[in-house]
Design a protein around this ligand. Structure first.
Ligand code: NAD
Length: 471
């Protein structure tokens, strides 16, 4: 029986391994993590992450061929294939701070694999890492002097949170990069055989290691670039009377461009886009490619600009001050169908409004009060120096109220900011909400969720990103 161990039971490690366990009943899959509380949650009825369809798959496989454990070393030692799916955040200090990927977790995982291994292993990069990371990892693994052979593969993950299980079930492609030696190619075939249980052959793409590593950064940069492109257009639409939805529709009808990923918004969030682009920028700079670095940096810059534009619009619309005014924040997750708040635009918008002394009443169907308070306490966006975080003010917590109902959040509010495109927000009784708000009542739709015309008929003053402003 092939044994797989995955180091890192997070948003990627958990769902990807659950899918492998589901599709390959003859393979034993153990997901390990240094976080005991996370492992306990995976072994409970309340999984540590919310992802549609995940519960059912975990329930079907858990204790059959899917296991979660904090005994990291034991399961790594036993495995034939070790996936490494640890976090690779942006470095916060030292060389490359603010841009380069922090590979601390990866390095300690690699050292541990080298220390505990007693048999040959395939080590798979599942985390998103800078191009050439496999070279560094090889150095750590092959210096164990125990006569053990490791083959490093790059197998980046392309799932999107909120649709992870669907993405894993029917991936557009599975990339596997390996060394071009016979041993390297044997390892590539072994991993391809795992995916072949459910992924059509023409979607399993093998390539050299560096192409696979770079493809993941490139894909995220292209996706984020589309969002920044349409968001840059949204600013022009607002000042000219064009409607960004119509412009995006027209542009997307061109088959060379395509219609997906062209929704304008308050800005992208999530743990990946910004960090991966900054990582790409850093790699370009290290390779002396200043102009290329500058090009990609603009994608992040426009995203920051979009968030600050949104805050400015809220404050300027509400007679240039939100001091003491109650503003309902509907949605805090970085997108719908996830409880993940990492790098969510809501954090920066909330800080912008708190800075102007607003009273916030926040509601998200999947994000806990603890999480919201932790995010707001930790990350404060420095509008004067985008990409810098400064400590949050202690008084800010008194300006924040977290509630469990959209109607409660909006009661007696002066304005509403829609920050996440939860389906629930489309079906709210906005007539009832309007009745209970202070007049004039404002709606600032950061995700183009509401029907602007209908909202105006109710009586709201509406700002929706990229739409013509109120007459
Ligand atoms: P995460 O923070 O949710 O999970 C990482 C886990 O690794 C944590 O639970 C942490 O405790 C664990 N860990 C860290 N060091 C460890 C060690 N030495 N031993 C055991 N466990 C350890 O992160 P994530 O969102 O799952 O992302 C993981 C990687 O996948 C990142 O590189 C990310 O860029 C990439 N990725 C993420 C997504 C996404 O949508 N979240 C999509 C594609 C790729």
């Amino acid at each position: 029986m092939v044994k797989i161990c995955c180091i890192g039971a997070g948003y990627v490690g958990g769902p990807t391994m659950a899918m492998i366990a589901l599709k390959c009943p003859e393979i034993e899959v153990v997901v390990v993590d240094i976080s005991v509380s996370r492992i306990n949650a995976w072994n409970s009825d309340r999984l540590p992450i919310f992802e549609p369809g995940l519960d059912d798959v975990v329930k079907a496989c858990r204790a059959r061929n899917l296991f979660f454990s904090s005994d990291v070393e034991k399961h790594v030692a036993d495995a034939d294939i070790v996936f490494v799916s640890v976090n690779t955040p942006t470095k916060t200090r030292g060389l490359g701070a603010g841009k380069a990927a922090d590979l601390t977790y990866w390095e300690s995982a690699a050292r541990m694999i080298a220390d505990v291994s007693k048999s040959d292993k395939i080590v798979v990069e599942k985390s998103t890492v800078p191009v050439k990371t496999a070279e560094a990892i090889e150095k750590i693994l092959t210096h164990n002097n125990k006569g053990i052979h490791f083959q490093i593969l790059s197998n980046p993950e392309f799932l999107a949170e909120g649709t992870a299980m669907e993405d894993l079930m029917r991936p557009d492609r599975v990339l596997i990069g390996g060394r071009e030696t016979p041993e390297g190619q044997k390892a590539v075939s072994a991993l391809a055989a795992v995916y072949a249980h459910w992924v059509p052959q023409d979607r399993i793409i093998t390539m050299n290691l560096w192409s696979a590593e770079l493809s993941k950064l490139a894909a995220n940069a292209f996706l984020a670039q589309r969002i920044s492109s349409v968001n840059a257009m949204s600013a022009l639409c607002e000042t000219t009377g064009a409607d960004v939805a119509e412009v995006a529709y027209a542009v997307g009808k061109d088959s060379r461009i395509g219609s997906r990923f062209l929704n304008s918004s308050v800005g992208f969030g999530g743990s990946c886009f910004q960090k991966d682009i900054l990582n790409l920028v850093y790699i370009c700079e290290c390779n002396g490619l200043t102009e290329v670095a500058h090009y990609w940096k603009q994608v992040v810059h426009i995203n920051d600009y979009q968030k600050s534009r949104f805050v400015n619009r809220v404050v300027s619309s509400m007679f240039n001050t939100v001091a003491g005014k109650k503003i309902a924040i509907l949605g805090f997750a970085f997108k719908k169908d996830t409880g993940d708040t990492r790098e969510t635009a809501a954090i920066d918008v909330c800080h912008g409004l708190l800075g102007d002394k607003a009273q916030l009443s926040i509601y998200d169907p999947q994000v806990t009060e603890d999480q919201i308070r932790r995010d707001l306490a930790m990350n404060k966006f420095d509008w004067d120096h985008p990409q810098h975080l400064v400590p949050s003010s202690p008084t800010a917590s008194k300006q924040v109220n977290v509630v469990w109902d959209a109607y409660e959040a909006t009661r007696n509010a002066h304005g509403i900011c829609i920050m996440t495109e939860w389906d629930e927000f489309k079906g709210l009784d906005y007539g009832r909400i309007y009745e209970n708000m202070v007049k004039p009542a404002f709606v600032f739709d950061g995700r183009n969720v509401v029907n602007v015309e209908e909202m105006r008929k109710i009586g709201f003053i509406v700002y929706s990103v990229g739409k013509p402003l109120d007459p």
